[in-house]
Design a protein around this ligand. Structure first.
Ligand code: ZN
Ligand code: ZN
Length: 373
């Protein structure tokens, strides 16, 4: 085991890895970004994963990225992630090895890794609620080792990987692991965006931008993007926002209520803090939808006494990835261009630098960072 660097704190933690080598057995190693407890992430030499179940595949990572959720984990905000876990739940790669039961993939196939693992046979999977798969859900880079490494083991690989069509822009397809299906399913579909609607998206980060791009499938008339970062708002204009509001400089609720008849048809919360939820519940018009996408760490002040009488629908959710095959078609046809969300590239050796840049996204003008071996 070889500690290469430490970041996010001065602590140089040494900790046990999830997969402890049995005495006397030597296995080839690879580099992987390992969580060491709150404030500690390290690029370490760790064992290359092996097939454990016949439904597993081992994927050689070609490109991965960092999610806002990974930043939360690195700061210790997600208690299900234990020290010793390799982080990351997004990426594309090449199938290196498959278990005996795998039917859809073989060594050498290029694949998208879904952030959600699904067995395909449990009660939730049969309802297409893969996020709550009884033997899966969001486990990658959470309760099992993830994709910010040279290799990753994917359980239930037949249902949790998507074949990449020949000639596709593989870097763009990294956006299909998580942010595009999340913005689309939990923001746009749950929010019931319809032709002619006025939509407001609060939060112009990667998931808010994914909601902005995919909302346009349904031809809303007006899309407001609200954020405190002017650079991100300028980018949102290029990606199809018709109006932007810098909520650090002006009152977003007042502005929307003065510019619309009585608010927006759909408000999409893509930050995950009480203030942004509050904007969303104060701008939605009677009969409208508030779709919460943001990952909240604490309770919000729900104004139920105003919302109930306005026939407001509030939705929440963890992505199911059931629209990923559809989104893949829109990306390969060029209808959707998620590559424009990519702002930075790093080698895996420089992943700690990538975390710093992504963690200071506003200063660094960062949206999605691509990491490759
Ligand atoms: Zn994510
Ligand atoms: Zn299942």
């Amino acid at each position: 085991m070889n500690n290469i660097q430490s970041v996010l704190s001065d602590k140089t933690g040494t900790f046990e890895l999830n997969e402890i080598l049995k005495p006397g057995i030597t296995r080839a190693t690879m580099k992987g970004l390992v969580y060491g407890g709150p404030g500690i992430i390290e690029l370490k030499n760790i064992p290359i994963p092996e097939i454990l179940e016949p439904t597993d595949a081992v994927i050689k990572i070609l490109k991965t990225t960092i999610c806002g959720t990974d930043l939360g984990i690195s700061h210790g905000k997600i208690p299900s992630v234990l020290p010793g876990t390799t982080l990351g739940h997004e990426g594309v790669g090449v199938v290196d090895e498959v278990g005996a039961a795998i039917r859809n993939f073989k060594k050498g196939d290029h694949v998208i890794i879904s952030c959600i693992t699904s067995c395909g046979t449990c009660e939730y999977c049969k309802k297409q609620m893969y996020s709550h798969c009884e033997d899966g859900g969001w486990i990658l880079g959470n309760t099992i080792n993830g994709t910010q490494a040279e290799y990753v083991r994917i359980p239930h690989a037949d249902n949790s990987l998507y074949a990449i069509p020949a000639g596709a822009d593989e870097e763009a397809l990294v956006m299909l692991s998580d942010i595009l299906p999340t913005g689309h399913e939990i923001g746009v579909i749950n929010g019931c965006v319809k032709p002619g609607d006025t939509v407001a998206i609060v939060g112009a980060g990667p998931v808010g931008m994914a909601a902005l791009l995919t909302a346009q499938f349904y031809s809303p008339a007006i899309i407001y993007m609200i954020d405190v970062d002017q650079n991100r708002l300028d980018l949102a204009k290029k990606f199809g926002a018709t109006h932007t509001i810098n909520s650090g400089k002006e009152d977003a609720v007042k502005k929307i209520m003065s510019e619309t008849k009585d608010g927006v048809d759909v408000s999409i919360e893509a930050v995950g803090i009480p203030d942004t939820f509050d904007i969303c519940q104060n701008i939605v018009r009677p009969g409208g939808h508030l779709a919460n996408v943001g990952v909240h760490g604490k309770k919000v002040d729900l104004q139920i006494q105003k919302l109930w009488i306005s026939n407001i629908t509030i939705t929440t959710g963890l992505v199911n990835t059931n629209t990923t095959p559809m989104l893949l078609k829109t990306v390969t046809s060029g209808k959707l261009e998620p590559a424009k969300l990519i702002t930075h590239h790093f080698k895996l050796d420089a992943i700690l630098e990538a975390y710093k840049v992504f963690g200071n996204a506003s200063k660094e003008n960062a949206m999605k960072v691509i990491i490759e071996p």
